[in-house]
Design a protein around this ligand. Structure first.
Ligand SMILES: O=C(O)C[C@H](O)C(=O)O
Ligand code: SF4
Length: 528
């Protein structure tokens, strides 16, 4: 088993940096379904470009490299203790090499262990089998989409869909609702794994295990096959679309499994995975530990370029005109591209409307959960008047000269900062909040009152955005850990779309309202 550690390391790198072929095909297909020029088409083209960049740079597709979860099948007698130790070593090494973000945080103190090792991380499951080789499968599922997992207990009253009983039709309602409630916050278009039955724990586990299925497989259980097909067809009519911008494609896959339950319980558990659907596996020689084959067709076989579609968005060169063209086609009357240099004035902000594209140059500051909580009752270490604050927990490392470099830096889900954001905007005079998934009424009111704007960046596009950060000007609060620290970044050409403006408009509120209306058309029984 000399090669075991190296093989697991290679698996981690592949999973984090190279999206498998079945997922790439689903995203390619999604691109053909969206009308060119819409925000959804533009987002998918950015996503496609990001996938290509991650592969070429051998760098994380998304900065949130998730909870490393390993499922190992091995022959009777295989040394599980050594395998476990080597998996942990491989995780620590991959973290050191910036292939994984430092993602293991003490739940009580908030301290980051810095190497992805700690109580409960990584997750390692062993299972024996009768074959004489070893299979190691890995999924890297990020926190934003994990937060959109949901568990239903039937019977229930489902918002928009009414009564859901303990039958296939009740299950159908839960699954449709699960897609609706995620909106764009789990970086749609997503893939859902559904677990029917079990207890609360095994139900979720079953749901997550469904995410190891191939996107193009066919469920051998006829009822479940029908349910999967139904959900794929109809959830895509909810109009949530990529990143919750509206559009034809909300779901890339739906996989349902079933297990027995207790007479008193009936759980339907849903594991929501973002488009950055990172799972891969290797079959190893049980004697040497060498990789014999990959469990999923590798991404390199399916390039992400699409000549016809890329033409409409020549992002390689200059993302901004492409975005501008895209928005123009959707809302010709309002299309504008505005370049802003930080610090930004109130006048400049008041000019902006939902749908505008903003290109930010100048200094940008990252800040997420720990910083927002801190700023509520402390001063900021730098002047934030007119500032742009970026909800982002980047992957950072030092180059040979000892300077910090941004390795991956997409947005995080902004709604977590809803309790703080409005107060912080007003207290410090912030003008632009950048993140993904949108924010709520309190923030919208503060944007209106103070003169601020919310900009939605494309979730998961961590390589795409990393290249906009030309230099690290400084960092505060390293004690919060790398993702939570406040990074001051010299920025050039950071493009994002205004989805909440200073006049009370919110694209997120509109899409949520419209999709609830659309959900209501699925109230009538289908499986009886
Ligand atoms: O933690 C992050 O960087 C992002 C997170 O996965 C999210 O989707 O909000
Ligand atoms: S930021 Fe989006 S793409 Fe990345 S892990 Fe979170 S949900 Fe997934």
């Amino acid at each position: 088993m000399q090669q075991f550690l190296q093989s697991v390391y290679d698996l981690i790198v592949e999973t984090s940096t190279n999206l498998p072929a079945d997922v790439r095909r689903a995203i390619r297909h999604a691109r053909t379904l969206e009308d060119q020029g819409t925000r959804a088409a533009l987002s998918l083209s950015t996503i496609a470009q990001n996938i290509g960049m991650a592969e070429a740079n051998v760098s994380p597709i998304c900065q949130d490299t998730g909870m490393p979860t390993f499922i190992i099948h091995c022959p009777v007698g295989a040394d599980q203790i050594t395998m476990k130790r080597q998996i942990r070593e491989a995780v620590a090494q991959a973290t050191k090499d910036s292939k994984l973000r430092t993602n293991s945080v003490d739940s009580l103190t908030g301290e980051n262990t810095g190497d992805n090792l700690g109580p409960g991380t990584p997750v390692i499951h062993f299972e024996q089998w009768e074959r004489n080789d070893i299979e190691v499968k890995l999924i890297l599922k990020g926190g934003g989409c994990e937060n959109k997992n949901i568990q239903y207990s039937l019977p229930a009253e489902i918002p928009g869909l009414g009564k859901a009983g303990r039958d296939l039709d009740g299950i159908r309602k839960c699954v449709m609702h699960s897609v609706y409630q995620a909106q764009g916050q789990g970086c749609s278009a997503g893939v859902i794994g559904v677990g029917i039955g079990g207890d609360r724990t095994t139900g979720y586990e079953l749901a997550k295990h469904q995410l190891f299925r191939k996107l193009d497989d066919v469920n051998p259980n006829e009822d479940l096959r029908k349910l999967e097909d139904y959900v794929m067809e109809n959830a895509n009519k909810l109009g949530i679309g990529t990143m919750g911008f509206g559009g034809q494609v909300t779901l890339l896959g739906c996989k349902v499994g079933v297990m027995n339950r207790l007479p008193a319980s009936f759980f339907v558990s849903v594991a929501y995975n973002c488009w950055a659907y990172r799972r891969q596996g290797v079959v190893l020689d049980a004697v040497t530990g060498e990789i014999r084959e990959w469990s999923y067709e590798r991404g390199s076989e399916v390039p992400m370029e699409n000549a016809a579609l890329d033409q409409a968005a020549p992002v390689e060169e200059a993302p901004s005109p492409a975005i501008a063209a895209a928005v123009q086609a959707e809302a010709p009357a309002r299309q504008r591209e505005i370049v802003l240099q930080t610090p930004i004035s109130e006048e400049q902000i008041r000019e902006l409307k939902v749908g505008d594209v903003v290109i930010i140059n100048g200094t940008m500051h990252t800040g997420r959960d720990a910083l927002h909580k801190y700023l509520m009752d402390h001063d900021a270490p730098v002047d934030l008047s007119g500032a742009a604050i970026y909800h982002c927990g980047p992957v950072m490392s030092k180059d040979q000269a000892g300077n910090w470099q941004v390795r991956a830096a997409g947005p995080t889900t902004s709604i977590r900062e809803e309790p703080y954001q409005g107060d912080i905007i007003k207290k410090f005079g912030i003008r632009a909040v950048i993140g993904k998934g949108g924010m709520g009424p309190k923030t919208l009111a503060a944007l209106n009152e103070h003169g601020g704007v919310y900009l939605n960046a494309i979730g998961g596009a961590a390589q795409y955005y990393a290249r906009c950060f030309k230099k690290v000007e400084g960092v505060d609060f390293m004690e919060f850990g790398i993702p939570e620290a406040m990074w001051h970044l010299e920025t050039e050409g950071f493009a994002a779309i205004v989805t909440m403006d200073s006049h009370g408009n919110s694209l997120h509120a509109d899409v949520e309202k419209n999709s609830l209306q659309k959900l209501e058309q699925f109230k009538e029984p289908v499986f009886i």
